[in-house]
Design a protein around this ligand. Sequence first.
Ligand code: PLP
Ligand code: COI
Length: 355
Amino acid sequence: MKSTLKTAIAIHKASTSKIDKVDFDNLAFGSTFTDHMLVCDYKNGAWESPTIVPYGPLSLDPSAKIFHYGQSIFEGMKAYKDNNNDIFLFRPSDNHKRLNISASRMSMPEFPEEYFLEGLKALLKLEEKWIPQTDGSAMYIRPFMFASGEGFHASPADAYKFLICLAPSGAYFSGKVKVRIEETYSRSANGGVGFAKTGGNYAGQFHPTQLAKQKGYSQVIWTDDNTHENIEEAGAMNIFIRIGDTLVTAPTSDRILDGITRRSVLKIAETEGIKTEIRNITVTEVVEAAKKGTLKEMFGAGTAAVISPIATFGFRESDYDLPELENSYATMLKKRITDIQYNRTEDNFGWRVKL
Ligand code: PLP
Ligand code: COI
């Protein structure tokens, strides 16, 4: 990645590092943070220059609109380190594009691509030692933007903050993934904000997900808000269903997040000669396939979750176990995608970006 920024990003270094306190062999997901973060302010109709500062608390006015009206968006990305200590990003421009799609839906200012990519690059270079090399771990990257502008008037703020924080992370799920197909609550609606990566989409899921957790499930699978018949996506990942040898996933819409992993899975499956279908898939079809034995696999796909096979799904009062296959698509697709991400194979798609 060559620098296109006119002025270098100012770096204010932390006086001490926390790195020696970190157990890199036992990283949880998203709970350890590096020494620095990138911050950029939007004021008077323009973004100021991004700066890198020590990681730490922010000071905000209690009337900042993020607290009242929830103008907040985020992205999820990862940086990978190979055996030669080279560092790679995966389709970073796609995350930038999606950030701005979310920004536009939430009446927030778009963030310039060069600030996003150059800022991220400078931050990762500074925190290079923090990028884990242990199998299954990576540097989880959280770019986010929120309304820092003040006032109780229910209208878009006039000031925003964009930040990037880094969290060396292990797997998102521990153990087998058991999901519950939801038909009471909805995650999103036609004309709503489901396709945007905005905080409220996640807050609204917590209560139904907690109810599912009380019943022993780890995630909810959302169905469409209108009929609750069509399978849409899960809390933090898109869903793939293998019936026979065909891999099916729901079409993206204004209710579903257009996942970058989903897009990559579809492309890899196509090049591997796997038949894929992007179409509505009903709960009835999945339950009947499970009963007939033609339901072979279900898995989630997302940056944090990578490819997460689903062991069991629950619908109404019944649980359906998925078989453990030798020739699993999930295993193959996970290997293909992570081999590209960790620079273990050729990248014929042009997705990997070396730092
Ligand atoms: N769906 C939701 C609701 C998500 O939060 C995520 C995670 O980012 C995904 C799908 C998967 O998207 P991606 O593959 O771009 O990470
Ligand atoms: C990601 O996969 O990056 C996500 O944003 C999921 C997150 C809600 C943990």
